[in-house]
Write a protein that binds this ligand. Structure first.
Ligand code: MD5
Ligand code: FE
Length: 203
């Protein structure tokens, strides 16, 4: 059931299903304190994914660039704390994938509505590239695009479903990846959306 989809990349299918409702409830608490928003890229494009963060550091983008910031620029206050259940599930998945000491400092929350996409990119704003990234998919299914180390490498497509957890480490840590435009639908846990929680060690 656990599948190694590339060196260092492990897909734990349905790993978080039992905790999914608690994760969604905790996500709503975070969003109430730090609302979802559409960030602008340095190139001036508004992202189609709606984002917020919890934990010590949050990922933000604006005309000046991408960075991790301890303060929510929308409120001037620190990001909400990472809910305990987020940490438990992220650490448990990392352990299962072979990373017993994962200590995430940031959780980026990505909300996808029908039509929302994330174009191919690399995650390289973190200072410690030896630490893995753990991501939890909730709600509507999505097609994950998994490319190689060069933007031009052909991307493979993997369906990601409610409760799936992926751990990206080793050589896959810098692979190009993205999400195909979300198909409309309904899921009992989230309604008409997909929520992805991404845990990172930032420094
Ligand atoms: C998502 N989010 O479904 C994805 C899940 C992001 C992002 O891509 O940057 O917020 S994280 C997928 C990921 C992270 C790091 C490496 C790799 C995939 N990979 O090697 O394919 O919203
Ligand atoms: Fe990414």
């Amino acid at each position: 059931w656990d599948e190694v989809i590339a060196p260092g990349a492990v897909l734990l299918r349905r790993h978080a299903c039992a905790q999914a409702d608690v994760l969604v409830a905790a996500a709503r608490v975070v969003v109430a304190a730090a609302p979802l928003r559409h960030l602008v890229t340095p190139g001036g494009q508004t992202m189609s994914v709606a984002m917020t963060n919890c934990g010590e550091w949050g990922w933000v983008s604006d005309r000046r660039g991408y960075r991790y910031d301890p303060v929510d620029p929308a409120s001037g206050r620190p990001w909400p704390p990472m809910p305990g259940i987020f940490l438990d599930v992220a650490r448990g998945a990392a352990l299962r994938a072979g990373y017993p000491d994962f200590a995430p400092q940031a959780c980026l929350m990505n909300l996808y509505r029908p039509g929302t996409r994330l174009t191919l990119h690399q995650d390289r704003d973190e200072l410690d590239l030896a630490a893995p990234i753990v991501s939890i998919s909730l709600g509507l299914p999505a097609i994950f695009l998994f490319g190689g180390l060069q933007r031009s490498d052909r991307a493979r497509r993997f369906p990601l479903q409610h409760g799936d957890v992926a751990v990206w480490g080793g050589p896959s840590r810098l692979a190009f990846h993205g999400i195909a435009p979300l198909a409309a639908g309904h899921h009992p846990a989230t309604g008409a959306v997909r929520l992805n929680l991404t845990f990172r060690k930032t420094r």
